[in-house]
Design a protein around this ligand. Structure first.
Ligand code: PBG
Length: 340
């Protein structure tokens, strides 16, 4: 703040001395604040996660996420058109199958719910939006874990990798522009890259959920995606919240395995991780503002405890300010409309 030779006392008294930079000089009008804003938020920064469910004829509201639904194929197509119109960059697709089994067969079935959705959206929209396919088994397995499990109930890393590779190929074939593995198995990026390359999908990039924490903020998502673990939890494969350096190791590992872009998740409670990852890498960094972050603001706003629009835009700006190039958020379309 103070320049060499300047009298510090004058600044504290209100900066009357010529030559002092004053914070308030640059904050006087909305136009001045817009001019000096260091972080900008625009529709292209946003990606909308969407849920599509098999066997429903009307969209099903998710009670813990007011405003978010499980889509039918039809309502999803409509929502995708609206997203394109609002100018956001892409969609992250999650499927909820009619049938679940121990290996999550519906994840890579050609007529599986998400693969049908990808085909239709790609046919409808071409390349207008980036269609990202979340790649995990938890929505598709009857036990709700992100991989296949041993008879003892432990998630079995390497057999899961074979499943992930098969799912990636099915999603790319169905029309996904980006494959986004979120299961946190060791070696998943390498296995998926090899699978995609073997099926002539060498041009399909991988957005790795590289630093994904075992978070309490996923609660509402488990209602939305119907993928809550039926026993145990995910703390043996997702990261432990106290750890930060480990996030950099996970990111470095995923990049070494061939990830084209990386993600930090959740976003708001992990802005330090977003900042460190953004500083450390030279690939695009996304941050996922998860279901619990959404639900908290919606609940507070519904009670009149925070100004909804202001709080939403502040959270999104903070995630961008920390260094994320792109933000996955359930408010993507609504926020994009505010920002145009
Ligand atoms: C599945 C997955 C989860 C989320 C995205 N992909 C849940 C989990 O890991 O339990 C959470 C997203 C959200 O809470 O909005 N692996």
């Amino acid at each position: 703040m103070s320049r060499p030779g300047a009298a510090g006392g004058a600044a504290q008294q209100g900066g009357a001395t010529p030559g002092f930079a004053r914070g308030r000089r640059l904050r006087g009008t909305p136009a001045m604040r817009r001019w000096t804003a260091q972080t900008r938020l625009s529709p292209a920064d946003l990606v909308l996660p969407v849920f599509v469910k098999q066997g429903i004829s009307e969209p099903v509201p998710i009670t813990s996420m007011p405003g978010v639904v499980q889509h039918t194929q039809h309502s999803l197509r409509k929502a995708a058109h609206e997203a394109a119109e609002a100018g956001i960059s892409g969609l992250m697709l999650f499927g909820i199958p009619g049938d679940k089994d121990p290996v999550g067969s519906q994840a890579d079935a050609a007529d599986g719910v998400v693969n049908v959705a990808l085909q239709q959206l790609r046919a409808d929209l071409g390349d207008e939006l980036v269609l990202m396919a979340d790649l995990c088994l938890c929505e598709y397995t009857d036990h709700g874990h992100c991989g296949v499990v041993t008879p003892a109930g432990v998630v079995d890393n390497d057999p899961t990798l074979d499943r992930y590779a098969a799912v990636a190929i099915a999603q790319a074939r169905a029309g996904a522009h980006v494959i986004a593995p979120s299961g946190m198995m060791d070696g998943q990026v390498a296995a998926i890259r090899a699978g995609l390359d073997s099926a002539a999908h060498t041009e399909t990039p991988i957005l790795a959920y590289a630093a994904k924490y075992a978070s309490g903020f996923y609660g509402p998502f488990r209602e939305a995606a119907e993928g809550a673990p039926q026993f145990g939890d995910r703390s043996t494969y997702q990261m432990d919240p106290p750890n930060a350096d480990e996030a950099l190791r996970e990111v470095a590992q995923d990049l070494a395995e061939g990830a084209d872009a990386v993600m930090v998740k959740p976003a708001g409670p992990y802005l330090d991780i977003v900042a460190r990852v953004a500083d450390a890498v030279d690939v695009p960094v996304s941050a996922y503002q998860v279901s619990g972050e959404y639900a908290m603001v919606e609940a507070a706003a519904a009670n009149g405890w925070v100004d909804r629009q202001r709080a939403i835009l502040e959270t999104l700006t903070a995630i961008r300010r920390a260094g994320a190039g792109s933000v996955l958020t359930y408010w993507a379309v609504e926020a994009a409309r505010w920002l145009r």
